[in-house]
Design a protein around this ligand. Structure first.
Ligand SMILES: [Zn+2]
Length: 245
């Protein structure tokens, strides 16, 4: 059958509409949705990129998108969220406010359909993405930090982006930094480049910031940079050559 399936909400159409009911534009029939060289892996990469692009439009309010239903525990000084029901590929958690809202360990742990997350709570637990299958993470303008300063997604991320108005963090080509770019917090492990040069402004590589980067072969670091414990958490089988400049 000649049909297309929305990669965000997974609605199937017999004839492609220009825009899906969820707001995703650019639907292509399943048969046509294949890159020039074909192959499932390439198709999967193209689909993930289209999900990331859509998520960025949602992040900046260019597309209206229904927020994800979340379960909240209210306390006097903060609100905790630790579960959400979401069947779409993009989940939107936009709950920053007063008192602060904290994403607790295991957000989306059992919702394997979720591939991308817009997280705009005030804070997140270190293991907020524990057991989640998220591949793209977008942090909102109100996001202030990870509890105890560390960040451990369960699955290696491919895409990472911070809202340009966020006063605490910035991202550049899927690498997460503090706003002044003095501390590199997380290098998306599925970033495809074979070489990466840490900007000269960076004084510290955070613990586990390079966590089994799959494609990285050469890492260039500015002289005098400080590496926190386990900043480079590498596979023994795929060593990385580290150079200083
Ligand atoms: Zn859709």
């Amino acid at each position: 059958m000649w049909y297309c399936k929305c990669p965000i909400c997974r609605t199937e159409y017999e004839h492609n509409p220009k825009v899906c009911t969820c707001g995703f534009a650019g639907l292509i029939s399943a048969q046509e949705f294949a890159p020039p060289h074909g192959g499932e892996e390439e198709q999967g990469k193209a689909e993930l990129f289209s999900i990331f692009k859509f998520a960025k439009h949602v992040l900046y309010g260019k597309i209206e998108y229904r927020p994800t239903h979340i379960y909240e525990d209210h306390f006097e000084e903060y609100t905790l969220i630790d579960a959400a029901s979401e069947l779409r590929a993009l989940a939107v958690v936009d709950r920053a406010g007063t008192p602060p809202t904290i994403a607790r360990d295991g957000l989306f742990a059992f919702d394997r359909s979720v591939r991308a997350l817009i997280l705009n709570t005030n804070r997140a637990a270190r293991l907020a993405l524990d057991e989640s299958m998220i591949e793209c993470l977008l942090l909102g303008a109100a996001f202030e930090g990870f509890e105890d300063g560390k960040f451990h997604p369960y699955r290696p991320l491919r895409y990472l982006h911070v809202h340009g108005d966020n006063p605490h963090f910035t991202s550049e080509n899927n690498v997460l930094f503090d706003k002044k770019q003095t501390r590199l917090i997380y290098y998306s492990p599925l970033k495809p480049e074979a070489a990466y040069t840490v900007p000269r402004s960076v004084k510290t590589l955070a613990a586990y910031s390079f966590r089994r980067p799959r494609y990285l072969k050469t890492l260039r670091l500015p002289k005098g940079i400080c590496l926190e414990k386990n900043a480079l958490w590498l596979d023994e089988e795929s060593p990385i050559s580290v150079e200083y400049y």
